[in-house]
Design a protein around this ligand. Structure first.
Ligand SMILES: Nc1ncnc2c1ncn2[C@@H]1O[C@H](COP(=O)(O)OP(=O)(O)OP(=O)(O)O)[C@@H](O)[C@H]1O
Ligand SMILES: [Mg+2]
Length: 87
């Protein structure tokens, strides 16, 4: 289970993500759709600490991702990006 709780991301004055809340269950197919620049990759990069949220927390199995040892986390947690684009 992956949980985003009140997740926000700011780069300087720019708010990229604001108050994102979602749960993704084990084995669930979850599709994140949005226009270019809406923050999809930023949200994904939070799963293995490539990006650390400036607000809120992301949890993996009820444990805060920011509390994981980064090396162990990246051995346990990877991601693959699949891009669908209109013809
Ligand atoms: N390291 C960074 N520093 C400053 N701004 C950033 C950084 N990374 C991303 N951004 C900005 O955050 C916003 C969201 O970017 P992100 O790459 O998450 O969007 P995206 O939804 O994945 O876009 P795309 O569909 O083009 O891949 C954009 O405005 C981008 O310019
Ligand atoms: Mg992207």
């Amino acid at each position: 289970m992956i949980t985003y709780k009140n997740v926000g991301m700011k780069y300087g004055q720019n708010t990229i993500l604001h108050d994102v809340n979602l749960k993704i269950g084990d084995g669930e197919l979850f599709v994140l759709v949005g226009p270019s620049g809406s923050g999809k990759t930023t949200l994904l990069r939070m799963l293995n600490k490539l990006t650390v949220p400036t607000d809120g927390d992301v949890y993996f199995e009820d444990r805060k991702i920011k509390e994981y040892d980064v090396q162990k986390l990246r051995l346990d947690m990877g991601y693959k990006i699949v891009v669908f684009s209109p013809i």
